[in-house]
Design a protein around this ligand. Sequence first.
Ligand code: PEP
Ligand code: MN
Length: 298
Amino acid sequence: MPTAPGSSVRSTPTLRLTPVEARPQGTTFVVRGVEIGGPGIVLMAGPCAVESESQLMATARAVQSAGAHVLRGGAFKPRTSPYSFQGLKEEGLRLLAAARDATGMPIVTEVLDARQVDLVASYTDILQIGSRNMQNFGLLEEAGRTGLPVLLKRGMSATIEEYLNAAEYVMAAGGTRLILCERGIRTFEPSTRNTLDLNAVPMLQHRTHLPVIVDPSHGTGHAWMVPQLAAAAIAAGADGILVEVHCDPEHARSDGEHSLTPEAFGELARRVAAVAAAVGRRMAAVVTEPEAVAGAPR
Ligand code: PEP
Ligand code: MN
């Protein structure tokens, strides 16, 4: 049916909460003493999966002394095969919280399913939504509803427009402390696990007021490439880096091929600090006092 003159035609929904105009001053927030989105570069590091108390504690201590600000670790793992290690689940969350209490570092961990949001939120400081779930709209809304900081990874096949709309879902539900994370997209190139789209960094910063970080671990799939791409991400303007670190990558239960040893992570931290200085940034202040953050607001 032709549209009558003057009647409204279906309008394209617009982005409302993510555009830079919605918050020209930029989004900056503090999670247990760590400032995210401020002038300081934030390093988030830890194992792909929490495997045991000793593995997590050794990794947490090692990355903290090398300069990490936030401890990462998967308790619920999104695995391609249902027969692969799925994570320690609630026990993994408990170990992460214990590592947080011992080190003072805030923690970030993935929530896979809307039914687990309240459980994961009761342990973590930052809720991670993984690449495979970027358009799981019910999960985005549930995560936003908690009001906790959310780290939303870019879908491996998502355009920037789709990514921004996913971010709108989280923010519209109440998740205004949102971190965007470029983690590589699928292309025709098989020599790397993904193609790290560093174009996304200036593009997301041009279009949004949100902190933008980069995950060069999943972005490359090769440990030896990770420090160089971390440095490149900071040169491109990223506000932080998310990397996987394992004390014994050869025996990691997931993603050993791109996990850094603690020594390699230390080298990455030095390289990132040098590039940060070269582009007029600095490293964020590291939290070292567990007492200072126990019971601090998330
Ligand atoms: C992860 O960070 O543990 C992870 C599974 O990453 P991605 O969602 O980017 O694949
Ligand atoms: Mn991983």
